[in-house]
Design a protein around this ligand. Structure first.
Ligand code: FAD
Length: 508
């Protein structure tokens, strides 16, 4: 029999290890090991035990394990320890221990009863290690976590962290308030809007870890009140803490979303913008009214002056005579003075202000105008259907375009107002066509008879009674504005009755 076959135990036989080896294992073990009698009196301790406790074998053997107690561990812990080991079951737990020098340490202890042939516990095996530092680090991490959580919770903005499947893994009080107010998972709604807004950039950001800041998202909830949120996102990577990922790190990516409710700010900005528009339009209206009045006066005066000029020409063709000559001279003088007065009036007509051509957001403009008309619409009980489409910007003069749409909206509202007893509906919609954008304003008023559809664009033509302050320049001016922008206006019957004004403006 050779050496290797001799060391192999026979099949089914217990491998025999010399007792000396067991002793050496215990002696050299890194764990503090002690063996006690059934009353916890120490019979043996290994060198690691001596290192951890500071007691030598001579000092500790024969003493009770309770010599290690710092007397701060609750009595209940010892009671449960003893209850467990007396039932011949192993016990594992944490005890506050005292070293020989009086310093304390946290011991993670396992006590295993050693049961003899008689079925009684003859000894206890105690194994413990100093876990003070591990516990300190664990507590530090827990404290930091608690501190971060309370800072996040106290933040005046909503904070939410989402995992790769966009499930909420952490949120704060402000975010919870949003859940209550929006009546659904706000992160899902806002992420949908952010995906649409950022497009490719969102996925690119996920891959490169580049976040985004201050993206504004509009949300209309069940109350139909629009709310605005400024969203910033940061991609955060976490290393998997599971055993599987110990040697082969697995990373998880989270999106930290910071959501700030900017509704109040937006409303304030909107109010400032609408007020500025109101002021500009009022000034424009004043100038327009002056222009229309002066144009109207000149137009009215021109007729008698034309008659006067005709009379002067007739008199000049008559045979000479002192009466006729002097009458002709007087009339000619009156005509010259009259024409000079007309020229003075013409010079008084304020010119249209020179406005630069800029990119115009028609949807925003129409929305602001509808806001401007809100008190009047409410007073008249008119319901508004606002259907904006995604529009490109158009190049134009903003104030002139606003005046044009204001005039069209005013006409529509007045037409609905006149239609007493009928439907009171105003529909404003926008659409994009290949080379132009379209704005359609439909009212539920009486409509415009077909024979007037072109006449209404003539100066001084009005379908409204003389009791109102209309001299019939509104649509004429509207057409002027459109002509100067290369656009078109067309009036027709609205599908449900009333008038439909369709405005087209080129996008190129
Ligand atoms: P004690 O009066 O000794 O005990 C408190 C309570 O524990 C009692 O009310 C009683 O319910 C129970 N109890 C104590 N002794 C017995 C017993 N013999 N039979 C039944 N119930 C009993 N303690 C430490 O603080 N640190 C250690 O590292 C440690 N290691 C141990 C290792 C082993 C192997 C064993 C068996 C025990 C160990 N103990 C240790 C427990 C220790 O023996 C004491 O029970 C403990 O320290 C409490 O001591 P005390 O003097 O404060 O109170």
């Amino acid at each position: 029999m050779n050496e290797s076959s001799r060391s192999q135990p026979e099949e089914g036989a217990e491998p025999s290890i010399p007792l000396e080896i067991f002793r050496e294992v215990v002696e050299q073990a890194a764990l503090a090991i002690s063996i006690t009698d059934a009353h916890a009196h120490i019979l043996y301790c290994n060198p690691a035990f001596q290192r951890v406790t500071g007691y030598s074998t001579a000092e500790i053997v024969g003493r009770n394990e309770s010599v290690l107690s710092y007397k701060v561990t609750p009595k209940l812990v010892y009671e449960s320890l003893w209850a467990q080991i007396l039932r011949q079951r192993a016990w594992n737990g944490l005890l506050v221990n005292r070293r020989k020098d009086g310093s304390r340490y946290l011991a993670e202890l396992t006590i295993t009863p050693v049961v003899g042939d008689s079925g009684k516990t003859s000894h206890y095996l105690g194994m413990h290690r100093d876990v003070t530092e591990v516990h300190r680090l664990e507590r530090q991490v827990q404290n930091q976590k608690a501190m971060i959580e309370s800072v996040v919770d106290a933040a005046p903005v909503a904070i939410v962290m989402l995992d790769e499947r966009e499930r909420v893994v952490l949120d704060n009080q402000e975010y919870k308030k949003l859940i209550g107010e929006l009546g659904q998972e706000p992160a899902a709604t806002l992420l949908g809007a952010l995906h649409a807004d950022l497009g490719e950039e969102f996925e690119q950001g996920r891959l490169t870890g580049r976040g985004f800041t201050g993206r504004e998202v509009r949300h209309v909830g069940r109350s139909r009140k629009a709310r605005w949120f400024a969203c910033s996102g940061s991609w955060i990577e976490e290393q998997d803490g599971s055993a599987d990922a110990f040697y082969e790190p697995v990373r998880h990516q989270y999106l930290l979303l910071v959501i700030q409710d900017i509704t109040a700010l937006k409303e304030q900005q909107e109010a400032i913008r609408v007020n500025a528009l109101r002021a500009v339009l009022a000034e424009q209206e004043r100038i327009q009214a002056l222009r229309e009045t002066l144009f109207g006066a000149i137009y009215q005066l021109q007729a008698p002056f034309n008659m006067l000029a005709a009379a002067v020409r007739m008199l000049e063709r008559q045979p000479g005579g002192s009466v006729a000559d002097s009458l002709s001279a007087s009339l000619a003088e009156a005509l010259d003075k009259g024409n000079a007065t007309l020229d003075t009036l013409r010079a008084c007509i304020p010119s249209q202000s020179d406005e630069n051509i800029t990119p115009v957001d028609l949807n925003a403009m129409l929305k602001d105008l509808l806001r401007l008309f809100t008190p009047r619409l409410l007073a008249d009980g008119i319901t508004v259907e606002w259907q904006p489409a995604g529009l490109p910007l158009v190049s134009g003069r903003p104030t002139r375009l606003a005046t044009l749409f204001k005039a069209l909206l005013e006409n529509a509202i007045e037409a609905i107002h006149d239609n007493r007893g009928g439907r009171r509906e105003l529909k404003v919609s926008t659409a994009t066509k290949p080379d132009w954008v379209e704005v359609v304003i439909e009212d539920s008023g009486p409509g415009i008879p077909e024979e007037w559809r072109y006449k209404v664009f003539e100066p001084f033509f009005t379908t409204k009674g003389a009791d109102r302050q209309h001299i019939g320049m509104g649509l004429c001016s509207a057409q002027d504005v459109l002509t100067s922008h290369g656009g078109l206006i067309e009036l027709a019957d609205a599908p449900a009755g009333g008038c439909r004004a369709r405005v087209q403006l080129p996008t190129t």
